[in-house]
Design a protein around this ligand. Structure first.
Ligand code: 5AD
Length: 456
């Protein structure tokens, strides 16, 4: 009863949480398995940001509980955002779930599983489902464990997510995250830097700092020094960690994206020239209705300031189409700004009603066909941008961090500093190395090339 399969929905933060849970479970003697057909415990780490994400996990849990009836010892757990959002109410739809654990309680999962296991081994019937979605002071500090590669054949880890902050207080009108992730809390800078050091000692070369609103990092705990925000101070410290070659972060908020951060791109060479900067809308009226405190003009100014520091900067964004009341003219403003920013990548979402958020009660909801059309318009621009950008890369040499074998296992994969995925032939001993790759071919999302190394 010790084989655990964790299935993760949603964002990188969720991936990071799952990884920390896996690391804690492995330290307790559980085996983390990749196949859901060969596990004794299945944990679904869920997402609530859109209804579709919740429905997907509920569908999966329903399917798994059907299997569970055939094997009463099987344990099914729901973790993370949907657990936090819906709590015990999930049992109305999913009565067979054994464990419901919220976003501040991931570190309790090993104890809960141990208890379930002990009860089953003793032949004691399991009583009530364990539901723990309480708040816990200091829980931002408990996402710190990383999986260590085990066994000689496992690929060493080259990049790692590091959580720097939990929760968000921005209260964007559309967003469920303040409910699922709670108040904004930052981890101490020294703890984060120590984690980066230990990752570097294990061979990790690339760090992605994670938080819901990283530009606010440490605002209650650290002062600005010489106009430098706590977040940029943290970037400087991570930059100084020997062995770390690349730094990324996600997600910043345009409101906190000040000049000190733009200038950091000129000073900190490890900071990759790739920024994910959520725009959400290009209409000032809609931004206001979304409770996003910036204007389209300010947003464009940030993009321009970054391109001034790094002309080769890559940009991605999040856009919501069909926010309540969004008119054709307002969408046209989004389209125009979207085009002007020339994104390399974008995540375009159709507005999804999230009960309990201010936008859910706004009325004037936009019909699905209209959302669909607006979505398609932006996707078309994105595809053209991506093709143009990739075409410009043909024949150039890009620095690629070799991550490991690709999906086929025959070639290797890695990413450029601009976060483009590359596929190429290489030698396994190059995993973890920064190598020059001559780009020879491109699809919309992937670059293919040849390493420019003597003797490889
Ligand atoms: N509907 C659609 N998209 C949403 N997002 C957040 N809430 C909603 C919602 N209710 C999007 C935002 C955010 C991204 C993570 O998900 O664009 O930046």
């Amino acid at each position: 009863m010790n084989r655990v399969h964790i299935k993760t929905y949603g964002c990188q933060m969720n991936e990071r949480d799952s990884e920390a849970v896996a690391a804690m479970l492995r330290a307790r003697g559980y085996r983390i398995v990749g196949s859901e057909d060969e596990c004794d415990v299945m944990l679904l780490n869920t997402c609530s940001v859109r209804d579709a994400a919740e429905q997907k996990a509920i569908g999966k849990a329903g399917y798994v509980s059907h299997k569970k009836r055939k094997n009463p010892d099987f344990v099914l757990g729901i973790l993370g955002c949907m657990a936090q959002n819906r709590g015990a109410a999930l049992l109305d739809q999913l009565p067979d779930v054994d464990l419901i654990v919220g976003t501040q309680k991931f570190h309790q999962v090993p104890d809960y599983l141990d208890n379930l296991r002990a009860a089953r081994e003793a032949g004691v019937p399991i009583g009530e489902t364990i539901v723990d979605i309480a708040e816990e002071a200091g829980s931002q500090n408990t996402i710190k464990d990383h999986l260590v590669a085990e066994g000689a054949d496992l690929v060493p880890q080259v990049n790692a997510f590091v959580s720097i902050q939990q929760g968000c207080n921005m209260d964007c009108a559309f967003c469920i995250v303040p409910k699922t992730r709670g108040d904004e809390r930052s981890r101490p800078m020294d703890d984060i830097v120590a984690e980066c050091r230990s990752l570097a000692a294990r061979g990790v070369k690339e760090i992605t700092l994670l938080g819901q609103i990283v530009t606010s990092y440490g605002r209650r705990d650290y002062a600005h020094t010489d106009g430098i925000s706590p977040f940029v101070q943290l970037l400087e410290k991570v930059h100084a960690v020997e062995g770390i070659e690349r730094i990324r972060f996600t997600s910043p908020h345009p409101r906190g994206f000040k000049d000190d951060l733009a200038q950091a791109y000129g000073r900190l060479s490890k900071l990759c020239e790739y920024v994910h900067l959520p725009m959400q809308s290009g209409s000032n009226r809609i931004l206001k209705a979304m409770n996003r405190p910036y204007s389209r003009e300010r947003y464009k100014e940030i993009v321009d300031s970054l391109r001034a520091v790094r002309p080769d900067m890559y940009f991605s964004t999040d856009i919501i189409v069909g926010f309540p009341g969004e008119t054709d003219e307002e969408f046209e403003q989004t389209r125009e700004l979207f085009e002007a920013c020339n994104y390399d990548m974008a995540y375009i979402f159709k507005y999804s009603i999230r009960s309990g958020t201010p936008a859910a009660d706004m009325g004037d909801q936009i019909p699905d066909e209209v959302k669909e059309h607006r979505n398609a318009v932006l996707l078309d621009i994105l595809r053209k941008n991506s093709e143009r950008r990739n075409a410009a890369l043909l024949g150039t040499v890009e620095e690629v961090l070799v991550e490991g074998p690709d999906k086929t296992g025959e070639r290797f994969t890695g990413r450029t500093r601009g976060n483009r995925v590359c596929i190429f032939d290489a030698n396994p001993r190059l995993i973890g190395q920064l190598v020059p790759l001559k780009i020879e071919r491109a699809s919309v999302s992937t670059l293919y090339g040849e390493l420019q190394l003597a003797g490889v």
